[in-house]
Design a protein around this ligand. Structure first.
Ligand code: GMT
Length: 383
């Protein structure tokens, strides 16, 4: 198949999943064209069957701000026309599915007889729970859900939320996030502990784009409770709007010496491989890919029972699930686990085993079958 993938290129789970999916599809012989503002951060070096099309919006003095969505639609239409794409897979409803929908209209208008790509949309999370919840955007989100040829959501939770909020005409399939356990596996680099100044204590990690939903303040508060009781270091990986506040908080609490802000790092396996526990106190998380990747590296997770976490983290087996904002329980659970080496090891092993249930090929099979279904349906609809 010839598949277009439209996604965010920046640090975050939807861009990571889109890039991993594209790479897996390309390794199965499909030709994959990525559309994004920059190269998706997980894409890496050149690989056969993969092409990236950078979307650059037109700058013109009359336009207050460049129209990225229009530029994306035009780029998808241009490439789909010349490359005869079978499917365009939009990751995130707005703007990607909206732009792909517009691209399809452009092509139908240009040559109605020729037929056009099928539009698959994957809902990732805040495209529904934040953007979709905005009254000014809700109708636009509903439109792209209903006008896509097929829609998937990354968890049952997200599907249920979408149905509750939009009552879509469109059936929504659940295809969860996935992880390549041949790359995401514990691979300790002994010198890294020294380079990070970890000493002999425990290492706690948080990875995110530091947006408000991630509750970065709760990560700091839980870690403060941990470090008061045992020797530990916190690795903060990623960057975003809440980072400065977190830096100020750790200084104010006098724990700055125990916290490393590492910024955006693409190669996270070495960092996960020196970690004992991940903290993910998000108040809503449609899936939580970072937690699954941590588990694949033998790192149990203290997370919340909100959103999609309970669909892959079993409380008391792969970590602990607590109520959002319940810093006290999260701290108690984290300390309990970090101070019990036997239990910690059992949780680490169970987490690795659980991650294998979300192995990349299993979910890529499902996406492939999903595309084939869309193509079959498309053929039936042709006059
Ligand atoms: O929706 C977002 O906030 C952005 C998106 C991203 O690019 O990081 O994250 C979402 O998609 C991921 C991949 O499917 C999920 O693992 C994340 O849980 C989800 N984020 C939220 O729901 C907050």
């Amino acid at each position: 198949m010839k598949i277009g993938i439209s996604c965010h290129h920046t640090y975050g789970g939807s861009g990571a999943i889109a890039a991993e999916l594209g790479m897996a599809l390309a390794s199965r012989g499909h030709v994959v064209h990525f559309f994004s503002q920059g190269a998706p951060f997980r894409l890496g070096a050149f690989s056969a069957n993969i092409f990236h099309h950078e979307v650059e919006a037109m700058h013109y003095p009359l336009f207050d701000c460049p129209f990225h969505s229009l530029a994306l639609a035009s780029k998808i239409a241009e490439v789909a026309w010349y490359e005869k794409l079978d499917v365009v897979h939009a990751h995130y409803a707005i703007p990607h599915a909206m732009s792909a929908m517009l691209a399809r209209q452009m092509l139908e208008d240009k040559c109605p007889e020729r037929g056009c790509f099928r539009l698959a949309t994957t809902l990732h999370g805040t495209d529904i729970t934040v953007v979709g919840a905005d009254p000014g955007m809700a109708d636009a989100v509903r439109l792209v859900i209903n006008r896509s040829d097929g829609v998937t959501a990354v968890s049952q939770y997200l599907k249920d939320e979408t149905v509750r909020m939009f009552s879509p005409r469109q059936e929504i399939a659940v295809i969860p996030n996935f992880v390549d356990t041949s790359r995401f596996r514990r691979s300790p680099q002994p010198e890294l502990r020294g380079e990070l100044g970890l000493g002999n204590g425990r290492t706690v990690i948080h990875i995110s784009n530091f947006r408000p939903v991630k509750c970065i303040g709760d990560v700091v508060r839980v870690f403060e409770g941990i470090v008061r009781r045992l020797d530990a270091t916190l690795l903060f990986v990623g960057d975003g709007p809440e980072r400065s506040e977190a830096e100020t908080a750790v200084r104010r609490l006098g724990i700055a010496g125990r916290v490393r802000f590492l910024g955006r790092i693409d190669e996270i396996v070495p960092l996960l491989s020196v970690s004992d526990l991940m903290l993910m106190p998000s108040n809503v998380e449609s899936f939580g890919l970072a937690a699954l990747e941590a588990m694949a590296c033998g790192v149990p997770v203290v997370a919340t029972d909100a959103g999609g976490f309970p669909e892959f983290i079993e409380n008391g087996r792969h970590g602990f699930l607590c109520r959002p904002g319940d810093v006290e329980t999260m701290t108690r659970r984290a300390v309990e686990l970090l101070s019990d080496p036997v239990r910690l090891e059992a949780f680490a092993g169970a987490s690795e085993e659980q991650a294998r249930r979300f192995e990349t090929p299993l979910q890529v099979d499902r996406y492939e079958a999903f595309y084939r279904e869309l193509l079959e349906e498309g053929k039936k609809k042709r006059p």
